[in-house]
Ligand binder design. Structure first.
Ligand code: ZN
Length: 376
């Protein structure tokens, strides 16, 4: 898989130091993780672009760019904390940022078949992004550790499941880092008034990407400085990746605390995964923090359609004006410009993204949902 070279000066292996002028996903010499270094960085934001490609000057260049509208996720206040809701991405996780870059790379290189090693959220995201571009096979090297529902979702996408290895793509690669670092750019662009950014640690790649993104934003002339904290749940072993990253402090949290935090967030309308809840739990003890909620539950379809659509925007606008309203009341205010069904679908989508919350009330003997818009 040959990449294109433009601004990219060097791919460098974090393990052995091997370097190359091509875009390398992994090190060809030792198999370690490679990252990309740029010759010159300029902070330029394509204001009109509502995806990670608004930072195209700080990303690799490709002849074909793939996007489903990932990135620019909302930052919400939860008590004294800020929470960045990556669940608002097209397939509901931060992995969509990586998928946009990887799919662009693969499509530009004319790759029509790819074997990806299963990784929670990532493989589903990438398969979604590669629909119609390349045939995707997913390998399950440790089938017992796989979320069966996710395998069914993958099957829905037309992905072939295999138990063989020999993958040519795994989650930990240079372009995943490029995609994920855009979270740091968004924080820099919005200058969120926090002192630290708290992220869940599974492989350590997200923390690494944030450190890289913040460093690059500074090199590009932006005055941004957040301490990056990686959160590990329970007694899990420290990650090998993080031992190679300077500037990440690791905090531990018990499974009990993580579950408590998960339940608390669910009550506020945010069904986030345990690891993300753990990051929120730690962030709340540290103060002046922003926690990145990387993934949630129950969002396995493309959301883009309704949220970035006219109906989604109109529904939110009307709902903010009304305070609390049923779907029917919202629809009535829209003067028949959209179908009632469209309003229902839009509300379901907004709700799953944490933009709208509802409670049940009884109206005329019937149980109805009363919606309200959440503040961002
Ligand atoms: Zn190497």
């Amino acid at each position: 898989m040959d990449g294109e070279r433009c601004k990219v000066v060097t791919s460098r292996c974090l393990t052995c130091g091997y370097s190359s002028g091509d875009i390398l996903l992994r090190c060809p010499r030792c198999g370690g993780l490679a990252t990309l270094e740029y010759s010159e960085l300029r902070w330029r934001v394509n204001e009109g672009d509502a995806s990670i490609w608004r930072y195209s000057d700080l990303l690799p260049e490709f002849s074909r760019r793939v996007s489903l509208g990932e990135g620019l996720t909302p930052v919400r206040r939860v008590g004294t904390l800020y929470v960045k809701l990556e669940t608002a991405n097209p397939t509901g996780s931060y992995a969509d940022r990586a998928s946009a870059v990887l799919a662009s790379y693969l499509a530009s290189a004319g790759v029509d078949r790819v074997l990806v090693r299963y990784a929670e959220d990532f493989t589903y995201s990438l398969a979604t992004y590669l629909r119609g571009l390349a045939e995707v096979q997913v390998s399950l090297p440790r089938p017992a550790e796989v979320d069966p529902l996710e395998v069914l979702s993958l099957a829905d996408l037309g992905v072939t499941i295999t138990f063989e290895s020999g993958e040519n793509l795994i989650y930990e690669n240079s372009l995943t880092v490029e995609g994920l670092k855009t979270i740091a750019y968004e924080l820099a662009e919005r200058s969120v008034p926090a002192e630290r950014v708290v992220v869940p640690v599974e492989t350590g790649l997200l923390a690494l990407a944030l450190v890289k993104g913040l460093r690059e934003a500074r090199e590009a002339g932006i005055d941004v400085d957040y301490e990056v904290i990686g959160v590990v749940v329970g007694g899990e072993e420290g990650n090998t990746l993080l031992t190679r990253v300077r500037g990440v402090k690791v905090e531990r949290v018990s499974v009990e605390e993580a579950i408590e935090s998960m339940v608390l967030l669910a009550r506020r309308g945010m069904k986030v995964k345990l690891l993300s809840a753990a990051a929120v739990a730690v962030a709340s003890t540290l103060g002046r923090s922003l926690a990145v909620v990387t993934a949630g539950y129950g969002r396995r379809r493309i959301r883009k359609l309704y949220t970035r659509s006219k109906v989604g925007k109109e529904v939110l606008r009307v709902l903010k004006k009304l305070g609390e309203a049923t779907a029917y009341e919202i629809w009535s205010k829209l003067d028949g410009r959209f179908s009632l069904r469209g309003v229902y679908k839009s509300l379901a989508s907004l709700e799953e993204q944490g933009l709208v919350h509802y409670r049940y009330v009884v109206r005329g003997g019937r149980k109805v949902k009363l919606y309200r818009a959440l503040e961002h």
